[in-house]
Design a protein around this ligand. Structure first.
Ligand code: G3P
Length: 220
């Protein structure tokens, strides 16, 4: 399973990237707005940090403008995956962009029907929003990703399932169990992956016992 960081903040991205187990980045207009600096500046900085896929989202809502923006974003760097909203114009744009060899990630996916259309179009990624669905009904997010997994496997769609809107470690672990290809995770949740109070407690105990026995490592 691949893990992406869901952030547009170069500082967060750099920190997480240095941990070694992050494979890519997803941004969205809300995340970009939170950084408070010109988007171009942020994006160029991100390209210097990561060498995996970086999703950048179009902000146009009509086919022609979406294509223009998508082409310009894709031309910025080979790692760019263009994020396109799951609307009729968006899906039409995906079809054209695929013919041009531009990588796409269809975002704001909330139903199996939407995901089916995305798979048929051969988008590189589909982004179901797990947390936002769970806000409405318990397990709705898990159920959707599980349905998409089964459908894609049954028909052999190559589109990668990129679980988005991951709010906590339980969400992430569930996505791994279901078999999402990728999960994009905010920085505060990524931090919790490596932390466990019993790890800290256990380590403290090991070191205390070692010191109390006056041992030394068998190295020169
Ligand atoms: O990148 C899209 C998605 O991950 C947003 O998450 O928490 O705003 O629902 P959230």
């Amino acid at each position: 399973m691949e893990l992406f960081i869901d952030s547009a903040d170069p500082k967060e991205i750099q920190t997480a990237w240095d941990w070694g187990f992050i494979d890519g980045v997803t941004t969205n207009p809300s995340l970009a707005a939170k950084v408070g600096r010109p988007y171009r500046q942020i994006v160029l900085q991100i390209f210097e940090i990561v060498d995996g896929p970086v999703s950048l989202e179009v902000i146009a809502t009509e086919y022609d403008q979406m294509l223009e923006q998508a082409r310009a974003l894709a031309a910025l760097h080979p790692v760019v995956v263009v994020k396109i909203p799951c609307t009729r114009d968006g899906l039409k744009a995906v079809k054209t962009l695929k013919k041009e060899g531009i990588k796409t990630n269809v975002t704001l996916v909330f139903s199996g029907g939407q995901a089916l259309a995305v798979g048929k179009l051969g988008s590189d990624y589909v982004s179901p929003f797990v947390g936002r669905l769970d806000d409405i009904a318990t397990h709705a997010g898990d159920d959707l990703v599980s349905n998409i997994r089964q459908t894609y496997d049954r028909y052999g769609f190559g589109t990668k399932i990129l679980a988005a809107s991951i709010r906590d470690l339980q969400h992430l672990e569930k996505m791994a169990l279901i078999g999402a290809d990728v999960a994009t995770v905010p920085f505060n949740v990524l931090e919790t992956i490596t932390n466990h109070p019993l790890t800290d407690k256990g380590l403290q105990r090991f070191l205390q016992d070692w010191q109390a026995a006056g041992l030394e490592l068998p190295i020169e």
